[in-house]
Design a protein around this ligand. Structure first.
Ligand code: IDP
Ligand code: MG
Length: 139
């Protein structure tokens, strides 16, 4: 059993897609084992995306991620990391396959509705960034 961290980004919350994102995960047999809504500070967004600190889009991305409330969740299931990334689609919606969240709803490469961890290492870091053990529920 694998766990991954997903976020409905500020644009996804603004577009009323919280339920849509969760529904797609649940329809794929994945389970939500932790969930909360919060607004990231700029510093929290910087820390979360620290691996991108040298990218040209780091400042813009962290402004965007702290621009409004987000929904963060821990998603569990067999192959959860790759399943969530498949459901999300490619980073740039122009490259995202039809039927993926980003193809269906994202407006551009930055404002792309949803986040999902990209490896077991990043999932461990990202889950711990938002949740303590007692906030994650056995299912
Ligand atoms: P991912 O979210 O598909 O894993 P990453 O490469 O990890 O994509 O980038 C993290 C986030 O940074 C993306 O989801 C997107 O919001 C933003 N981003 C990635 N590449 C660009 C870019 O070229 N311009 C602007 N924003 C970008
Ligand atoms: Mg990534």
């Amino acid at each position: 059993m694998e766990r991954t961290l997903s976020i409905v980004k500020p644009d996804g919350v603004q577009k009323n897609l919280i339920g849509e994102v969760i529904r797609r995960f649940e329809n794929a047999g994945l389970r939500i084992v932790a969930l909360k809504m919060l607004r990231l500070t700029k510093d929290m967004a910087r820390g979360f995306y620290i691996v991108h600190k040298d990218k040209p889009f780091y400042d813009s991305l962290t402004d965007f991620m702290s621009s409004g409330p987000v929904v963060v969740m821990v998603v569990e299931g067999e192959g959860a990391i790759s399943k969530v990334r498949e459901i999300m689609g490619a980073t740039n919606p122009r490259n995202a396959a039809p039927g993926t969240i980003r193809h269906d709803f994202a407006s551009d490469v930055e404002h792309n509705i949803v986040h999902g961890s990209d490896s077991p290492q990043s999932a461990g870091f990202e889950i711990g960034y938002f949740f303590s053990d007692i906030e994650i529920h056995e299912r």
